[in-house]
Design a protein around this ligand. Sequence first.
Ligand SMILES: C[S@@+](CC[C@H](N)C(=O)[O-])C[C@H]1O[C@@H](n2cnc3c(N)ncnc32)[C@H](O)[C@@H]1O
Length: 224
Amino acid sequence: MNDKNAKEDMDLVKTDEGLALKMGNMTVMADFGALKGRIEKNRLNGEMLIKAVGVKNIKPGIIVMDATAGLGEDSFLLAASGLSVKMYEKDPVIAKLLGDGLERAKKDPDLESIVSRMELICEDSIKAMEDKKIRPDIIYLDPMFPERSKSGLIKKKFQLLQRLESPCEDGERMLTAALGATQSKIIVKRPLKGEYISKLKPSYSIKGRAIRYDCYIKDSIKSD
Ligand SMILES: C[S@@+](CC[C@H](N)C(=O)[O-])C[C@H]1O[C@@H](n2cnc3c(N)ncnc32)[C@H](O)[C@@H]1O
């Protein structure tokens, strides 16, 4: 079955494994089963994103808004740590892939309780934050900025996704909306050497080999 929502040279296809986006020999689908190794207890707490959230924030009832959900991999790690995640994805094709991945994961006893904490909302998150439709404790942003799309080191899976995803040209508006909507913290995923979003210095950063997480604590952020 092909879907006219996919771009011209891509097909959204129902396969035995689930809904997949195909272009030539490249295929993308949301597959939470493939992430089981990363959520083993010893490994999950070592994930940089979980360190950026902070152990004291990981308790039942804490709500994280993933304002740029994509295929939900980061949201899944957040939910596996025990947080409730509201996932915003504005692209209808990516949202369909993500929705299908969630439905399949609900049938897997190892994943069922984790995905029960993940809610998908197919909307523009900037608008939702500006309209104060949501007041989450923590907001997570992983916008694909133009500079990232120029990298020659991107895996095949991401090459296909990048044809579909439109880069966020308006990081400043996204961060401003997030500062107005969060109750406590914003976490922004950036390339290790990328500029600060909106040139705003974070409260602190957690750095890895290729990426870093800039953490903004509400009420301690000052613009220069
Ligand atoms: C780099 S991907 C995120 C990948 C994700 N962190 C993961 O783990 O799979 C960025 C996603 O954000 C979405 N996006 C960008 N701006 C958005 C907005 N204003 N509202 C909702 N989704 C947005 C894009 O369509 C894209 O799917």
